[in-house]
Design a protein around this ligand. Structure first.
Ligand code: ADP
Ligand code: MG
Length: 339
């Protein structure tokens, strides 16, 4: 449905995006993930037609809607948008906000579609209310309904949950996903939160400094990161430096084959890599231990190397205690230095 080809973008001397290729199919939710400033919102704005394209091409359902010196305006792209601040019209009611994109239809049809949507988002009682009287979560749902009511081909969402508190966010992600799935619309959702992307995406496009670092299914990125950046972006990790010789590194965690004959190597150890050994294992010393309730956060010394571990099982170990541990080698990733 959406196809972006070889898109690059600059703001004066600053390069915001470099050679971006990206596709989103109908019914698919793709998350653009990356740290602040990596170009996610710029890419979304260019997909929407809110800024003129400098280089590359944007197609919707095969039709060119943006290329240098040619822009189909946003309102003629059949694209729905949801922003972080929701941007509802303050002087319009909930029902009027939802009907906003339906101006081409007869009045009666506008009203019946708006009625359908206020029910779908569970706000039938508030159809006549004004946005400022609604909670953040209610406003988010109205913004989503307004985006979906005109049956768009593509929905673009820029950090649509980040202004909301944690418990509400979880619920709204599920509601949003259900509505998007039901609409069978192509969705491009921007977030800087890896948990949110893991939870919502069919596919994640991870960006760094204006480039696509890695794209694929959520678990693929988690299990097979292509770089130290990609490995460290998902969840907390311990980053260690090692030195390769003859295609191997020898560390306090064991011996590993690496894609480097000799030279420095970055080793990323996920927090779930170290387990309490049921039998065998090597001895680790507990350097720090804190229970987070559901799980324990430990700093374990293996020789002279400190590794952070997150354990769900058992009692909280004491500082100084010696514990036999095993290493899940699939949760350790090794890379040549970046750049
Ligand atoms: P993200 O959404 O990933 O945080 P943005 O797309 O907003 O990143 O910004 C990417 C880069 O482009 C940043 O360095 C930002 O400061 C810069 N930038 C974004 N919009 C503009 C603009 N209108 N004028 C100048 N620089 C901009
Ligand atoms: Mg942004």
């Amino acid at each position: 449905m959406l196809s972006i080809e070889a898109l690059s973008h600059t703001y004066g001397a600053l390069t915001a995006l470099t050679e971006i290729d990206l596709e989103v199919a109908a019914g698919e939710v793709v998350c653009l993930l990356g740290p602040s400033g990596c170009g996610k919102s710029t890419l979304l704005r260019l997909a929407a037609g809110l800024e003129p394209l400098q280089q590359g091409r944007v197609r919707l359902a095969g039709e060119i809607v943006g290329e240098p010196r040619f822009t189909v305006p946003p309102e003629r792209r059949r694209v729905g948008m949801v922003f972080q601040d929701f941007a509802l019209f303050p002087h319009l009611t909930v029902a009027q906000n939802i009907a906003f994109g339906l101006a081409d239809l007869p009045k009666a049809e506008q009203q019946s579609i708006a009625r359908l949507w206020v029910e779908r988002i569970g706000l039938a009682d508030l159809a006549g209310a004004f946005p400022h009287t609604l909670s953040g979560g209610q406003q988010q749902r109205v913004a989503l309904a307004r985006a979906l009511a005109p049956s768009p081909r593509l929905v673009l969402m820029d950090e649509p949950f980040s202004g909301l508190d944690v418990t509400l966010r979880d619920r709204l992600r599920d509601t949003t996903l259900a509505l998007l799935t039901e609409a069978r619309v192509a969705t491009l959702l921007v977030t800087h939160d890896p948990d949110e992307a893991m939870r919502m995406a069919d596919r994640i496009v991870l960006m760094q400094a204006g480039r696509i670092e890695q794209a694929g299914q959520p678990l693929d990125l988690y299990d097979h990161p292509v770089s130290a950046f990609a490995a460290a972006f998902f969840g907390s990790v311990t980053i260690l430096k090692a030195h390769a010789e003859n295609g191997q590194v020898v560390t306090d965690l064991g011996r590993f084959d690496v894609p480097v004959q000799s030279g420095p190597v970055t080793m990323i150890v996920r927090q779930e890599a170290l387990h309490r050994a049921l039998e065998g294992g090597v001895m680790a010393t507990v350097a720090a231990a804190r229970s987070l309730g559901r799980e324990h956060l430990l700093s374990l010394m293996l020789g002279a190397t400190a590794v952070t571990a997150r354990w769900v099982e058992g009692r909280l170990p004491k500082v100084g205690e010696r514990i036999p541990v095993t290493l899940d080698r699939h949760r350790v990733h090794l890379f040549p230095p970046e750049g």
